[in-house]
Design a protein around this ligand. Structure first.
Ligand SMILES: Cc1cc2nc3c(=O)[nH]c(=O)nc-3n(C[C@H](O)[C@H](O)[C@H](O)COP(=O)(O)O)c2cc1C
Length: 300
């Protein structure tokens, strides 16, 4: 079973990826949060740093682009290849209204005619790196999925990661495992994504879809950073490991962004392990420093 760490903008940066790999491991590929491509093809400083080989030393990573323009994508794929990577990903999954209203991310799913035109052009030339895609199963409704699936199956994506929800469903409510079952029949390498929070969640998926060969996990790994290791039969996270994980993330972010940003980021991340526990969440909100955050989540 291949395990991808899902891209999470503002969270899964190089500091988190390196720290996670060093302490917990168990992940095969760390997916990079999207680069929002523009006409000028200039990336933000933080995007360039995030994709740099130094930032990702020793890791297998998958950079991702958000665009609806094949020329922008072609230039970006050349850049990714020049950085030394062999694979990249296209975002058809972002549900943020600021993105979808411009027809990007999962906004592209609203217009299958344009999506086909775009993908025909993307694949009309030999690509410098292999390309995968990360998609939702529809914009308004899961009924759109068979058509989207057939469209995607026409192109040589190395894998198709499927967040088994529609755009309208955002990040909550049940996922649609039946959409993944259909994908297993039509695609060579579908990757299931969505709400895999525990080892049992993965086992339930595998019982239902024994042919599944890969999963992608985001929030589950933020809540339990040892989840990938545990899926492989390894040990749960020990208290000392967790303490080291939170302290190392804070230190890394503090060095890079300063104390205020680092504290904000660590609190945002620690909301995942504190989920469903009002007391922990309250203590976390009130914590004035990293030690207060750690004791809110580990001791309360
Ligand atoms: C804060 C946040 C940022 C995200 N950023 C990205 C992104 O940059 N690219 C992307 O394809 N998906 C992004 N996602 C979606 C996740 O990769 C993933 O598909 C989603 O969280 C469902 O998986 P999960 O239930 O395992 O978290 C983001 C999700 C969240 C919550």
């Amino acid at each position: 079973m291949k395990i991808y760490f899902a891209p999470m903008e503002g969270m899964t940066d190089g500091i988190l990826r390196q720290t996670h790999n060093r302490i917990f491991g168990g992940v095969d590929v760390y997916c990079l949060p999207f680069h929002k491509l523009t006409q000028s093809l200039s990336l933000l400083t933080r995007e360039i740093r995030d994709v740099s080989p130094e930032e990702n030393e020793g890791l297998s990573v998958l950079p991702q682009a958000l665009t609806r323009d094949h020329g922008q994508l072609a230039a970006w794929l050349d850049f990714i290849s020049e950085c030394g990577y062999a694979a990249a990903d296209l975002n058809l999954g972002c549900p943020s209204p600021t993105v979808t209203k411009r027809g990007r991310g999962s906004g592209l799913l609203q217009d299958p005619v344009y999506l086909k035109f775009f993908l025909d052009r993307v694949f009309s030339n030999t690509l410098p790196v292999s390309l995968s895609v990360k998609t939702r199963i529809g914009y308004e409704s899961a009924e759109e999925w068979p058509r989207i699936l057939d469209l995607l199956a026409d192109y040589p994506f190395v894998h198709v990661a499927i967040h088994a929800r529609t755009t309208k469903e955002q990040y909550t409510g049940s996922t649609h495992p039946e959409a993944f079952e259909l994908a297993l029949k039509k695609l060579p390498h579908p990757v299931f994504n969505g709400d895999l929070r525990t080892v049992e969640d993965v086992n339930v998926l595998l019982r239902r879809c024994p042919a599944a060969e890969a999963v992608m996990i985001g929030r589950g790994l933020l809540a339990d950073p040892a989840l990938a290791r545990r899926i492989r039969g390894g040990a749960p996270a020990g208290r000392e490991e967790l303490q080291e994980w939170y302290a190392a993330l804070y230190e890394g972010w503090n060095r890079r962004f300063g104390g205020t940003v680092a504290l904000g980021r660590i609190k945002k991340l620690m909301e995942y392990p504190a989920e469903g526990d009002i007391r922990k969440k309250r203590l976390l909100r009130r914590a004035a420093d990293i030690d207060g955050c750690i004791s809110a989540v580990l001791d309360a």
